[in-house]
Ligand binder design. Structure first.
Ligand SMILES: Cc1cc2nc3c(=O)[nH]c(=O)nc-3n(C[C@H](O)[C@H](O)[C@H](O)COP(=O)(O)O)c2cc1C
Length: 74
């Protein structure tokens, strides 16, 4: 079965809430949920999945949410 993951970064919790709802919809067997702040270790982790969903809010002048900054350069 194809496996998917949601990786999200969330400063005030809005993206986390949406990511959690999507995760609940697909269920734990089909979908893993990663907080970029608490769970993310390396981009290699992402390559284990067939499908990826990224959750990233926008801050400042259209900049990515803080927890995505370093991973984006990876
Ligand atoms: C100080 C501040 C700056 C923001 N800058 C942007 C922005 O540049 N572009 C945008 O689309 N939204 C911007 N937003 C809106 C946030 O991206 C939005 O509230 C988002 O849902 C926050 O998600 P999070 O709590 O998961 O991080 C800004 C919000 C705040 C409070």
């Amino acid at each position: 079965m194809a496996k998917m993951a949601i990786f999200f970064g969330s400063t005030s919790g809005i993206t986390e809430e949406i990511a959690t709802k999507i995760h609940e919809h697909f269920g734990e067997e089909l979908c893993d949920l990663f907080s970029m702040e608490e769970d993310f270790t390396s981009v290699d982790e992402m390559l284990e999945y067939d499908h990826l969903l990224f959750g990233c809010s926008t801050w400042g002048s259209g900049e990515v949410q803080n927890d995505w900054r370093d991973p984006l350069f990876e």
